[in-house]
Design a protein around this ligand. Structure first.
Ligand SMILES: [Zn+2]
Length: 346
C-alpha cells in the first residue's frame, strides 16, 4: 500500500473514526467477516495466490482479541434462528466466516478461535477435500512464480512483463481477473495452457492444501460450522443453470453425509453481484438453504439481513491490511463508501 494512504488510514483511526462509524451503524447491524487463508504470504517464493490470504496467524489473533471485546460473536445457528423464527440477536452481532476451506484455517485459525471461545463458519469446496492439487487460481500463481521466462504472451491478456517479483504479481492479478470473465470450461483450458506456455510442469507431490473430513468433524464439534461453497468453485453464472444446481445440491449432500449437521448456509464463489442471479436464489431456496453470503461490503442492518437472507454482505479482509485499516473496515467504512456511491449514482 502507498505510504500516503497508510498515513491517512492511521490518521482516521487515531481521530476516532472507528468510534464514529460504530455509532453511525448502531447496535442493530450484522457484521460478517470474510476471511480466506490465515498464513504468512510475505515470503518471495510463496507458491500460491497471495490475494487469497487474509492475515498472518499473529494478525488474526490480534484481530480476534479485538472483535471479541467489541462485538457479540454469534454462531450460524443463532443467526438462522433469527432469520427463520425471529429470535432476537444480541447487540452488534458478528459472524466470522472463512471461504474455500484451506488447511491453514484448521492449523492456524481454529486454535485461536477455540482459545477465545469464538464460533465461526468455514465454507468448503468439497471436490478439494481429498485432492492435493491446488485450485486454478493457486495453479496460475504457481506457474507465474516458477517460470524462467521474463516475458510471455498469456491467454486473454497478451504479452506480460515477468522480469520482477512485483511484475509477476501484477500479471497474476491481471490474468485471474480476465479468467473470471470467461465460461468455466474455457477458463480451465486456459489455465493448463498457461503452464505449457511458461514451461512449468503442473504442481505435483504437494502437501495437503485443504482440510480433510476428520478435521472438519473436529471443528464442527467445536462450534465451527462447515458449510458448502460448491463442489468445484465455478462462478455460478458462468455455468448452466443445471450445473449450478448440481454444485449446490452435491456439496450440501456431501457435507451432510460427512458431518452431523445440516448444511444450510452457502457462500457464493467470487461473491460479486454478477456471480449469482434469481436462478441461483431459486435453487438455494429449493434445496433448503437458509442464508447465503456475498462479498458486497458489509455490515448491513439486521432487518435488511432478514429481508435478504440470500444476499448477506461481508467485510472482505486482506493480508496487506494494517490493523488500523482492519478496524475501519470492520466498523463499516467501505460499506459506507459503497452506500454513498450508490446514492450519488441513483
Ligand atoms: Zn471461494
Amino acid at each position: 500500500m502507498a505510504k500516503r494512504s497508510q498515513l491517512a488510514i492511521s490518521a482516521l483511526a487515531r481521530l476516532g473514526v472507528p468510534r464514529l462509524l460504530d455509532s453511525f451503524w448502531g447496535k442493530r447491524r450484522l457484521t460478517v467477516l470474510a476471511y480466506h487463508r490465515i498464513t504468512d504470504a510475505t515470503a518471495p517464493d510463496f507458491p500460491h495466490y497471495r490475494p487469497n490470504v487474509s492475515a498472518t496467524p499473529e494478525m488474526f489473533a490480534r484481530q480476534m482479541a479485538w472483535v471479541a471485546k467489541r462485538f457479540n460473536v454469534i454462531s450460524l445457528s443463532v443467526l438462522h434462528a433469527y432469520l427463520t423464527k425471529g429470535r432476537p440477536l444480541p447487540p452488534r452481532p458478528m459472524l466470522i466466516t472463512f471461504d474455500d476451506g484451506y488447511l491453514d484455517n484448521y492449523a492456524n485459525a481454529f486454535p485461536i478461535l477455540k482459545q477465545l471461545h469464538l464460533p465461526a463458519v468455514i465454507f468448503l469446496m468439497t471436490s478439494r477435500m481429498s485432492y492435493p492439487a491446488p485450485p486454478w487460481w493457486d495453479e496460475c500463481a504457481f506457474y507465474l512464480n516458477q517460470t524462467a521466462y521474463t516475458q510471455a504472451e498469456l491467454p486473454l491478456i497478451g504479452i506480460q512483463d515477468l522480469s520482477t517479483l512485483e511484475a509477476r504479481r501484477v500479471a497474476t492479478d491481471h490474468l485471474l481477473r480476465a479468467l473470471k470473465t470467461v465460461p468455466e470450461a474455457e477458463k480451465l483450458e486456459a489455465v493448463s495452457r498457461v503452464g505449457e506456455l511458461l514451461e512449468v510442469p503442473a504442481p505435483s507431490d504437494t502437501p495437503p492444501l485443504f482440510v480433510n473430513w476428520d478435521q472438519v468433524r473436529e471443528m464442527v464439534a467445536n462450534e465451527v460450522a462447515c458449510m458448502p461453497h460448491t463442489v468445484n468453485h465455478p462462478i455460478l453464472t458462468r455455468v448452466s443453470a443445471e450445473e449450478a444446481y448440481r454444485e449446490l445440491a452435491e456439496s450440501k449432500a456431501h457435507i451432510e453425509a460427512q458431518t452431523d449437521q445440516q448444511a444450510n448456509a452457502f457462500a457464493y464463489p467470487n461473491g460479486t453481484h454478477a456471480d449469482y442471479n434469481t436462478a441461483t436464489f431459486r435453487a438455494l431456496r429449493d434445496l433448503g438453504y437458509l442464508s447465503a453470503y456475498t462479498l458486497t461490503p458489509g455490515p448491513m442492518r439486521i432487518r435488511d439481513a432478514a429481508r435478504h437472507p440470500l444476499q448477506i454482505r461481508r467485510v472482505f479482509l486482506l493480508y496487506k491490511d494494517s490493523f488500523d485499516l482492519f478496524m475501519l473496515k470492520v466498523m463499516g467504512l467501505p460499506a459506507l463508501a459503497a452506500r454513498a456511491r450508490y446514492h450519488s449514482e441513483n
